[in-house]
Design a protein around this ligand. Structure first.
Ligand code: ATP
Length: 677
């Protein structure tokens, strides 16, 4: 069974040097992580496996490494400056920030969430009213009358700050919006979800998300049994996820012309660097369409609610491909269409994950629904991994982005295309990212298929998939029964502490959290029914639950569990050998026998130029094997006394734990073949 919890992975990562909290000496910095020696190896291996698959193994993809900082104009024309934002609210009780759309959808208000997302996230440039009108087309019948359209325009303009609705007319606007919404298909859904159309309308016109939240009955996460109250929430505001910095020495106040002139953003995706270089790569390598550009690199998003360890962080790494293809009207008989290219990439990328050991039961292709899609996207399929605890999470998105991106950065795009793509003319760009197609004898702006994966998120998925706790041998029955017999005493004692904690009526004064103790008791009771398989689980519960080690019955029980777990279980990372941070560990059977040590070190030196190899003599062989299992090392070699006689060594395989003797001169073939080197 793969990992049961993210906590297991987080603990392992810290214990064994994969991932550490960033800036730890100063109390950490929200959701920034440092990759330790093993994490660096694993992450590098993920990126290398990707690069090998999408660049080396193909004839039609080139690599790129663009600068992280780019002109602000890139982000203006890509739409990020105006739209790469989430709706942010704070709880007034706890001060915690929340993404309003997530809050709404978590609390069974998907319709409102969608509407809200669409409304709050209006782009802040002049074209935003079009998007706003799009929202109103979602909530109104297609044949919205001209005056209704004008109304949408007025409201949207006001939200962008470029127009002020006469305050004395506000109620008229509210009423008009209510009329629109009442006519719309949204109305019955609103009723079903208990949200009043009135509250939505007021939000649309007055921007009061507090009303909307109350109407939708939204309470703070974990705050069960509370009634929703408008005063619990701050008003929502649009929060741009891009980190701002400046080039050169600037002391001007934010928003002034001087500040804006030097402003740069830490890139929130690597893709734009690829679009900027489309023409460079195409011309310098004389590439013909179709071809792709691949890039791996850091991306930064000031996420409102990062979390789940390295799943959502503010600094992360992406692996992105922009694959440039012919627009549909230029595709000739026998050539692949955009639809076929898209399908092919979805298949290939899905298979990449499976090929590196992810079980198909935990990897799915999820079609983005029409209202999730960006307006320019023809189709997007997300690859999702089934993470422990929080469930399905996107690890890669594969989008058909049409000709939106290259058109957005091009000057002199024909009016009709601008209209189709909802773009403003770009007079800042000096380029037109078009391509002369020698077969079609025509110029066009290529379409793009974009497979975009997170490298750090992939690392988490691979770790979760690979993590296994298992018995290495059957523990003595009597000892297992003794542990079973002692757990009720632990539970009874813990329940007493729970009752004591509950006696304190003011939750802020409680030393222990009664709910956490109750969860501990339930987990322990359940795990005890699965002994001996659950030995490691019980060990972790007793060791890690705050305060558990102070309970008298735990003081007695923990050493017994620990000893049995040590003797009869192991944690093993069944990582694909390609991903394993260390491929080979070499041990001498006796650390004080010079000839044996010498041979072991020589074997290490023989392989360390090919792949990460370590030498270890710091414990007995059994413990050394277990240490390597825990970090996913696929092979261990032990040099012993027999080696001195016949030049053979023991090669032990991680997953099967099988050992075989191999002559030393066959080792090179053995490993290089298995690693496809
Ligand atoms: P999400 O819905 O999870 O925020 P997204 O749809 O915004 O992700 P994309 O913009 O499509 O993500 O980015 C492509 C990939 O980059 C994602 O599939 C994910 O693997 C990775 N990614 C995106 N945001 C983060 C983040 N904050 N931390 C780690 N990885 C991320």
């Amino acid at each position: 069974m793969p990992a049961r919890s993210i906590e297991q992975i987080r603990n392992l990562c810290k214990r064994r040097g994969f991932v550490f909290p960033g800036s730890a000496a100063y109390g950490g910095l929200g959701s920034f992580w440092d990759y330790g020696p093993l994490g660096t190896e694993l992450l590098n291996n993920v990126k290398r496996a990707w690069w090998r698959d999408v660049v080396y193994k193909r004839d039609d993809v080139e690599g790129l490494d663009a600068a992280i900082l780019m002109s602000r104009k890139v982000w203006q024309h890509s739409g990020h400056e105006g739209t790469f934002q989430d709706p942010l609210v704070h709880s007034k009780k706890t001060g915690k920030p929340y993404r309003l759309d997530k809050l709404l959808s978590e609390q069974q208000q998907p319709v409102v969430a969608k509407l809200f997302q669409a409304v709050v996230m209006q782009p802040s440039n002049d074209s935003r009213w079009q998007d706003f009108a799009r929202v109103l087309t979602y909530v109104t019948p297609e044949e919205a009358k001209d005056d209704e359209y004008a109304l949408a325009q007025a409201i949207a303009r006001e939200q962008s700050g470029s127009y002020q609705i006469d305050p004395s007319n506000r109620d008229a606007y509210v009423n008009a919006v209510i009329r629109l919404l009442n006519k719309s298909a949204l109305q019955p859904e609103c009723v079903a979800f208990g949200v009043t159309v009135d509250a939505i309308a007021k939000y649309l016109v007055r921007g009061s998300s507090q009303n909307l939240l109350t109407s939708a009955g939204v309470v703070e996460r974990g705050d069960t049994g509370q009634t929703a109250n408008a005063a619990d929430w701050t008003e929502a505001r649009r929060f741009n996820l891009m980190f701002v910095s400046h080039t050169g020495p600037v002391e001007a106040a934010a928003g002034t012309a001087e500040e804006l002139a030097s402003r740069v953003y830490l890139r929130p995706e690597t893709a734009q660097g690829i679009f900027m270089n489309f023409a460079h790569v195409q011309r310098s390598l004389a590439r013909k369409i179709p071809f792709g550009i691949a890039q791996v690199g850091k991306a930064f998003r000031n996420e409102i609610t990062p979390g789940n360890f390295i799943f959502r962080t503010r600094e992360f790494e992406q692996m992105e491909i922009e694959f440039f293809i012919k627009p549909p009207q230029f595709v000739r008989e026998g050539e692949k269409t955009d639809v076929q290219w898209h399908d092919e990439w979805i298949k290939q990328r899905y298979e990449w994950w499976l090929g590196l050991g992810v079980d198909g039961q935990r990897l799915r292709q999820r079609e983005q629904a029409a209202d999730e899609l960006a307006h320019y996207s023809k189709r997007t399929v997300d690859l999702e991994y089934l993470f422990p605890e929080f469930g399905w999470g996107e690890v890669e998105g594969i989008a058909n982005r049409t000709d939106y991106d290259l058109s957005a950065h091009s000057r002199d795009v024909p009016e009709a295309d601008l209209k189709r793509l909802k773009l403003e003319p770009n007079s800042d760009s000096v380029e037109k990212f078009d391509y002369f197609d020698p077969d079609a004898k025509a110029r066009y702006i290529p379409w793009v298929i974009e497979p975009s994966a997170g490298a750090t998120r992939a690392m988490l998925a691979f770790l979760c998939e690979a993590y296994h706790e298992e018995l290495t041998k059957e523990p003595p029955q009597a000892e297992v029964e003794a542990i079973k017999a002692e757990t009720p005493a632990v539970i009874k004692n813990a329940q007493k502490k729970q009752k004591d904690a509950e006696k304190e009526s003011d939750p802020s004064k409680r030393k222990r959290d009664p709910a956490a103790i109750a969860a501990f008791c339930t987990a322990l009771e359940e795990a005890a029914t699965r002994l001996p398989q659950s030995l490691l689980e019980i060990n972790a519960l007793l060791e890690d639950h705050p305060g558990a080690q102070n309970l008298e019955p735990v003081k007695k029980l923990l050493p017994k569990v620990g000893k049995l777990a040590e003797d009869c279980t192991r944690v093993v990372l069944r990582l694909h050998p390609t991903l394993a941070p260390i491929k080979l560990a070499v041990f001498p059977l006796k650390a004080n026998k010079a000839e044996i040590v010498d041979i072991a070190k020589r074997i290490k030196h023989q392989f360390q130029g090919f792949f990460r190899t370590v030498y270890d003599d710091s414990a007995g062989i059994g413990r050394l094997y277990r240490r390597q299992d825990e970090i996913g090392t696929p092979w261990c070699i032990t040099v012993d006394f027999q080696t001195l006689e016949d030049n053979t060594v023991t090669v032990r395989e991680r997953d099967s734990m099988q050992q075989q003797r191999l002559p030393m001169d066959q080792l090179k073939d053995y490993f290089l073949t298995r690693l496809h080197m």
